[in-house]
Design a protein around this ligand. Structure first.
Ligand SMILES: NC(=O)c1ccc[n+]([C@@H]2O[C@H](COP(=O)([O-])OP(=O)(O)OC[C@H]3O[C@@H](n4cnc5c(N)ncnc54)[C@H](O)[C@@H]3O)[C@@H](O)[C@H]2O)c1
Length: 336
């Protein structure tokens, strides 16, 4: 089966590419490198021993996409390309809607033109907004609280409408919770530009001395230790979830919304302590004020994924911390 991955040299896309290549899929990588670089493609070649076609392009370039879908006889698209920083989306909403929503419409136009029938879409638990109950299942209301989440929900709605209008079209819409960790090789992982927005890369930058201390935003939440609790899931589990999703849409049509989470919540302090234990590094931290909009607890109900995808996250918080640190150590060695 021939798969086009958009956003393929990004954090999650690169891990999905690895898992699919190992399973014998022919993968084509597509990315505009706005948040990634060529080194990822080199790393994929080293890990797999294969030359993987990479095309530098933007999802807003419909004609280029049509050409690729035809030339590589693509059977399914795994669509990850998009901007993902919540704060940036509040500063630059038009840019987010243009890149994420208009970009996805452009991709869908190409898909329609060549009559392709299978899409796996990277959505986000952000579409749920503030939890009304826990764990969050797929029937939970959607009420995103920022333009990034809105852009994801809009793409979901567009894909859903298209699935209704187009016979035999199949979409697996995967709502990720908090992907962390890295491939065991340490050659690919999350490498954000600038100051990280997410907890794990931030902790790593403190561990390597790039940042002086971890800022913990609030220790008066209604949780067992006062710090916010989130559903962290290993990126390799996420990648394997995509393999399962491709199997699903190979055999079934229509629309499937599925949470990809571990189903387990961990507090900021639990992550910090586990990271310290696995890395043998001391991580200084300071408690700061809560950030507006942050919530106490959020974690996924995972039964639907287990039932429909026959997939379940299996890696532990230890695995997530160790692999993140391993990746950062290797990047540190390679860049110094
Ligand atoms: N990482 C998370 O916490 C998380 C959580 C939920 C959902 N997601 C979604 O998963 C997807 C991948 O996330 P990630 O963490 O790998 O992010 P990432 O930024 O590492 O990867 C996204 C990739 O898309 C590329 N890209 C962006 N706009 C593009 C465009 N117009 N044309 C072509 N390429 C473009 C970037 O260069 C980047 O390589 C995103 O859609 C994101 O919204 C991520």
């Amino acid at each position: 089966m021939n798969i086009l991955i958009t956003g393929a040299t990004g954090y999650i896309g690169s891990h999905i590419a690895l898992v699919l290549i190992h399973k014998g899929y022919n993968v084509v990588l597509y990315d505009n490198l706005s948040n990634s670089n060529h080194n990822v493609n080199t790393a994929l070649k080293i890990i797999t021993g294969k030359i993987i076609p990479f095309i530098h392009g933007d999802i807003r370039d419909t004609e280029k996409l049509v050409e690729i879908l035809v030339d590589y006889k693509i059977d399914a698209v795994v669509h990850l390309a998009g901007k993902k920083a919540v704060n940036e989306s509040i500063q630059k909403p038009i840019y987010y809607y243009e890149n994420n929503v208009a970009g996805s419409i452009s991709l869908l136009k190409a898909i329609e033109k060549v009559n392709l029938k299978k899409v796996v879409f990277s959505s986000s638990a952000t579409v749920y907004g503030n939890p009304q109950y826990l764990p969050i299942d797929e029937k939970h209301s959607t009420n995103p609280t920022n333009p990034y989440g809105q852009s994801k929900l809009q793409i979901e709605n567009i894909l859903f409408d298209y699935t209704k209008s187009e016979q035999n079209f199949g979409v697996a819409c995967l709502r990720y919770f908090n992907p962390v960790g890295a491939h065991q090789s340490g050659l690919i992982g999350e490498n954000p530009k600038g100051i990280p927005n997410n907890l794990m890369p931030y902790i790593c930058q403190v561990a390597t001395g790039k940042l002086p201390y971890l800022k913990i935003f609030g220790n008066d939440y209604n949780t067992h230790d006062g710090t916010g609790v989130r559903d962290y899931i290993h990126v390799m589990d996420i990648a394997e979830g995509h393999l399962a999703a491709l199997n699903l849409i190979e055999n079934t049509k229509g629309w499937h919304t599925i949470n990809l989470g571990s189903g387990q919540g961990y507090s900021v302090l639990e992550v910090l302590i586990t990271f310290e234990q696995t890395s043998n590094k001391f991580i200084p931290y300071k408690i700061e004020n809560r950030r507006p909009g942050d919530i106490d607890i959020c974690f996924a109900k995972t039964e639907k994924a287990e039932k429909i995808l026959k997939w379940k996250a299996k890696r532990t918080l230890n695995d997530m911390c160790w692999s993140t640190w391993n990746f950062h150590l290797q990047s540190f060695v390679n860049n110094n």
